[in-house]
Ligand binder design. Sequence first.
Ligand code: SF4
Ligand code: F3S
Length: 140
Amino acid sequence: MRGIDKPPRAREKPAARRGRPESNERVMTYIVMDPCIKCKFMDCVEVCPVDCFYEGENFLAINPEECIDCGVCEPECPVDAIKPDTEDDADGKWLRINTEYAKIWPNITVKGEPPADKEAFERETGKFEKYFSAKPGRGS
Ligand code: SF4
Ligand code: F3S
């Protein structure tokens, strides 16, 4: 019907998501996981409709309170580092890391220059224990 424009869904948080957590409702989010560490391609930040990525020195975190679970970022990551939190480690390790660091790192919305040596770390596993830096990135 003419004259009725729907607002873009991605900019609106669904009502059920506002003000969480305050019920037993299980709210989903996407999370950044181990493959991002020292690769940090940053293609993900350009597509997020709610700008909920936060930049560390060698890793990015998603703020689970802001993520609207659209899934747009997942296929953008060249190293497959972004997953729904249903694919987190059994102890919820990556949800905790994303939650903790998204609170203290600067927001990033524009792709920067990935590390020059990123290819050397693309296939390595267990990078968190070896390389993770809690230092903030520059943000953008
Ligand atoms: Fe942003 Fe990815 Fe969450 Fe979508 S799923 S809101 S693109 S972090
Ligand atoms: Fe990291 Fe992949 Fe984004 S490597 S910075 S999650 S595109």
